[in-house]
Write a protein that binds this ligand. Sequence first.
Ligand code: C5P
Length: 223
Amino acid sequence: GGGLVIAIDGPSGSGKSSTAKGVARARELSYLDTGAMYRAITWWMLDNGIDVADAAAVAEAAARPVITVGTDPSAPTIEVDGADVAGAIRADGVTGSVSAVSAVPEVRELLVARQREIIAEACATTAGIVVEGRDITTVVAPDAPVKLFLTASAEARAQRRSREVRSSDVAATQEALARRDRLDSSRSVSPLTRTDDATELDTTGLSLDEVVALVVKLADEAQ
Ligand code: C5P
């Protein structure tokens, strides 16, 4: 298929999910939240009593959960072994453990393979797909015609995330985001990094509509 792939990376709270969904809706593309897949496998590890600090145990169990993702940007879904985990994967316990699980090479190998299948399927059956995560521009879809690296100030990211999780403790949220970004950027396998050919977009002073319009323009120019 000749579907368009838009790859978006960036740290937590940079606006990736809202932007990716907005662009996908605007251009009738599919949408893939790869972070939800890492969260889902992490949820399963915790639910099955696997010590997430034990990389060998995580690696050994990684192929057991069946993770299913729905790619409609207006109603994305995530299931583990047929159960809806959309709410459960946003819990603090998962958020606090996901960086450890996603640093395990066997986990990444499995999920990256699955993500590439989903991208190929979307390109064959729809106009294309917007994919967001930490290693999309570098590993999952390095040949995507549109590659973006979203950033925002630490304060803006903490404000947004606090609103999302309905927390009034912005300082604690900022602290947790900084910790996760440090782990995600320093791991040895597929760390969050910006490549030279990804367009950097600082969303700090921009509204969601403005960011979506900018990305749609880039996508239209790439086609
Ligand atoms: O995007 P979100 O913040 O939900 O991602 C949760 C976690 O999943 C990240 O902190 C990171 O550890 C991991 N992740 C990853 N690679 C991706 C997407 C997410 O390692 N492509």
